[in-house]
Design a protein around this ligand. Structure first.
Ligand code: AR6
Length: 170
């Protein structure tokens, strides 16, 4: 599937229509990729986020990108891993799905995702990658709207996992 790309690096440097933020339900910032995005975007991003009244797990909301080189930020909330028996896989799939639906609704053609929930939220990386890739893959198979969806991985472990799965898919 050549509309899916793998990139290793800092998502805040990406020149795409939208980057996705792995946020928390408050949407008021935090550590990890969320902290990096707010740092680069500047304080106006937090001002806009304050007006959004938070976001449920598995849902997504959109803001402008301010000082970031992308055009928009899609803030989604992945699940906190509690062992996998309370719906975490479906919630993670929903975070990817909701982000893509919102991007399409705003007519955005290129989107970059971080590895949602695999940092502070402790979702197992292999399973998270399988869910992320299959959810995006299924969306692209049934809908030709998007030009390019990039998985922006940060750490070497996730890079290896994504490379292997994407190479299997051909
Ligand atoms: N660019 C791309 N990926 C990054 C970057 C970056 N600059 N920095 C970290 N990552 P995490 P979560 C990767 O913890 O698990 C925050 O405090 C990182 O290596 O950012 O969904 C929020 O406010 C990891 O693979 O998000 C929430 O409270 C991935 O991003 C909570 O953390 C996700 O790690 C969300 O936890």
């Amino acid at each position: 599937m050549n509309r899916i790309q793998l990139y290793q690096g800092d998502i805040t440097e990406m020149h795409v229509d939208a980057i996705v933020n792995a946020a928390n339900k408050s949407l008021l910032g935090g550590g990890g990729v969320d902290g990096a995005i707010h740092r680069v975007a500047g304080p106006k991003l937090l001002e806009e986020c304050k007006k959004l009244n938070g976001c449920e797990t598995g849902q997504a909301k959109i803001t402008l990108a301010y000082r970031l080189p992308c055009r928009f930020v899609i803030h989604t909330v992945g699940p906190v891993w509690h062992g996998g028996q309370i719906g975490e896989p479906a919630q993670l799939a929903s975070a990817y799905q909701s982000s893509l639906q919102l991007a399409k609704k705003h007519q955005l053609k290129t989107v970059a995702f971080p590895n949602i929930s695999t940092g502070v939220y402790a979702f197992p990386k292999q399973q998270a990658a399988e869910i992320a890739i299959s959810t995006v893959h299924n969306f692209l198979e049934t809908d030709d709207w998007f030009e390019e969806i990039t998985f922006c991985v940060y750490d070497d472990e996730n890079y290896g996992i994504y490379e292997e799965i994407l190479n299997q898919d051909g």
